[in-house]
Design a protein around this ligand. Sequence first.
Ligand code: SAM
Ligand code: SF4
Ligand code: SF4
Length: 398
Amino acid sequence: MVPEGWFVALAHRYPEVGERVVASVFRPPDYHVGMEPAPRQHPGSSPPTPAATDAFDGLAGVPDRFGRALRDLRISVTDRCNFRCPYCMPAEVFGRDFAFLPHDQVLSFEEITRLATLFLRLGVTKLRITGGEPLVRRDLPVLIGRLAALRTPQGSPVDLTLTTNGSALRALAGPLASAGLQRITVSLDSLDDAVFGSMNGVDFPVSRVLDGIGAARSAGLSPIKVNTVVRRGMNESSILPLVRWAREAGLILRFIEYMDVGHSNGWRLDDVVPADEIIAIIDAELPLEPMEANYRGEVAGRYRFRDGTGEVGVIASVSRPFCADCTRARLSAEGHLYTCLFAMSGVDLKTPLRAGESDEELEARIRSVWAARVDRYSELRSAATRDLPKVEMFALGG
Ligand code: SAM
Ligand code: SF4
Ligand code: SF4
């Protein structure tokens, strides 16, 4: 049943797991089909004037309907992964026979680089390579080299980073750093092999991820951040060991609230360990105090240890939504543009690109999508939104 206030157009793609919606339109509950949505004024945002050239951070850019600039682009280089984390790609749904994208439907390095260049022209300053598992994409350092060579219209280098499960990092950290990667985020949900094995779904050992982190450090990637998804009943007991380890190792650890991304992970609100609870667990042993955000739009709430030995973060998409400052777009491996992690549909850029559209035409296409953006899913999350047919996170780029 489609909840009130949502307009959904259906299309099907994944026969193995039943019908999956790939073409649909997100509308907030106050939207009336045939009418312009009434943009809500977010705190501190500029008035919703899509024609304006200055966004809420005072820099040139394209504001969306809530005045949020387009600053970050997450580029998924593959929808494949060697892990089966139950919160992302449960093995019982995405089994051996699952049909991932055929290679000719995945954007080539040339296509990714061309689109990234256009996003920079529209105000993007940060590129994050992701997936699926980005390190399973062959010759990834070649792409990194091309993206690292890009410049913003003002002539600045881009802030280039990558999120990985770390499984292939031991071999690839050096080549990625040599190609121009500056920093990296590694996902690691526990230091306990039994817990980590069930969180990654394939019994992948902790030691190999730690080897990868060591290789990243030796290669000079800095800072190294570690992402930990916390799921109730699975890995709360891993929180303190991870904090002690990361503090000792000088890594920036960030706990992520388990989110209702996609619609295959069986998410329930009861499975979420709220950020306040995570912070309280840490604070009881290692006293914390809140820190200022580095910049507007930063997703992690940051806390420093009161003894001055580092920091820890929480990404509280569920308990403290940060949509009002969300400047992120996602480009999926098949070349679709998504303006929200919880989107039910994207806009196909690959077809016009392969049909020969000019840079100007493609840029205008991206600009118009962003200018019309009204996404604020986490602010609207409710029992009714949980089962919406959202695109899977590994498909649109985490
Ligand atoms: N495969 C890479 C990895 O795991 O780091 C990159 C892609 S993954 C989709 C990006 C991030 O999303 C990872 O840190 C992962 O832990 C996180 N993630 C995936 N599913 C999640 C969920 N349901 N809730 C919260 N975070 C999730
Ligand atoms: Fe793979 Fe990352 Fe999803 Fe885990 S979170 S299944 S490593 S894409
Ligand atoms: Fe951004 Fe969507 Fe997440 Fe809100 S729910 S912060 S709009 S990606």
